[in-house]
Design a protein around this ligand. Structure first.
Ligand SMILES: NC(=O)c1ccc[n+]([C@@H]2O[C@H](COP(=O)([O-])OP(=O)(O)OC[C@H]3O[C@@H](n4cnc5c(N)ncnc54)[C@H](OP(=O)(O)O)[C@@H]3O)[C@@H](O)[C@H]2O)c1
Length: 271
């Protein structure tokens, strides 16, 4: 099911533009790969995966590899390789962003004392700001439109203490996307995709005893969000993608004891 919010919430009827370049980060992992696979079959779309590790050798997709998105200079230099790529629109899908379960609600590492775990902050916010900044410059110099798409969690709205670093990092991303798309209507827009638990591999490692039957697949997320990437709208849109057969109720998120009991059980940690 998809719930929508934001000024761009009605998908525009404008036909797909002629030429799009889809830039996907986290492209060696399940979510990023699903976007590359989906858009590869659409006419007028070319995909480029951005990876830190070497990409899978058998992959049919094009990659910029060795790109550590925590390094602004490396990111900016690597993205220059896209400069000769003439396109009407660049579309960033940023499938990077570490999660941390904070049992006591406190960050594990917080050198700058902002209350947000440094690793979670940099993985979610710094990586996004670095690539978005490089693409904003590229879009400006190539006179093309830019779409910035990032992921949040549907549970962010409940401000759960046990993942407050993650939620606060995602809120900073939302703020960034909303601000730039409001500042540059017609040139830059935003798509924020909030998902419930998605079977990317990480979640099974973190919560091996969870009932994964109702988790979303990366392909579910792509199918729900793709229409908001293929059709331009001014401003930003925020959508929730959840499996309604197994949506976790707000009460489950608001009651801290229930959150802790469920997560310890799913992580296999005795209390
Ligand atoms: N899975 C869920 O249930 C769920 C729920 C809500 C939201 N989300 C969001 O969905 C997105 C994808 O989830 P995920 O679990 O696959 O994310 P993830 O754990 O961050 O991993 C995705 C990829 O990010 C790459 N990456 C990490 N740091 C990087 C860096 N500094 N430079 C370049 N690449 C880097 C990793 O590359 P390497 O392979 O090189 O390490 C990995 O392949 C994230 O934004 C996440 O927050 C997921």
């Amino acid at each position: 099911m998809v719930r929508l919010d934001g000024p761009g919430a009605s998908p525009a009827s404008e036909p797909a533009l002629r030429s799009h370049v889809l830039v996907v980060t986290g492209a060696a992992a399940a979510m990023g790969r699903a976007y590359l696979d989906h858009f590869a079959s659409l006419p007028g779309w070319r995909g480029v995966g951005v990876t830190r590790r070497r990409p899978p050798s058998a992959s049919p997709h094009a990659f910029l590899d060795g790109v550590d998105l925590l390094d602004a200079d490396v990111t900016s230099r690597s993205l220059q390789h896209l400069a000769p790529t003439a396109a009407d629109e660049l579309v960033l899908v940023h499938a990077v962003g570490a999660f941390a379960f904070e049992a006591d609600g406190a960050p594990k590492h917080d050198a700058d004392c902002d209350g947000i775990d440094d690793t979670v902050y940099h993985s979610n916010v710094t990586t996004f700001v670095n690539i978005a900044t490089a693409l904003l410059e590229l879009a400006r110099s190539s006179c093309c439109r830019l779409t910035l798409c990032a992921f949040g969690s549907v549970a962010d709205k409940y401000r759960v203490r046990q993942w407050q670093s993650y939620t606060r990092s995602k809120d900073l991303l939302r703020g960034f996307i909303r601000r730039v798309s409001a500042l540059m209507p017609g040139s830059v827009r935003g798509v924020i995709v909030n998902v419930s638990t998605t079977d990317t591999g990480n979640e099974r490692t973190l919560r091996p005893y969870a009932d994964a039957r109702y988790w979303l697949t990366p392909s579910d997320v792509v199918t729900a969000s793709a229409p908001y990437l293929t059709h331009w709208h001014d401003g930003w849109v925020e959508l929730d993608v959840v499996n309604t057969d197994h949506a976790i109720s707000p009460e489950e998120h608001y009651a801290e004891e229930r959150v802790l009991a469920r997560w310890y059980r799913e992580m296999g940690i005795p209390r």
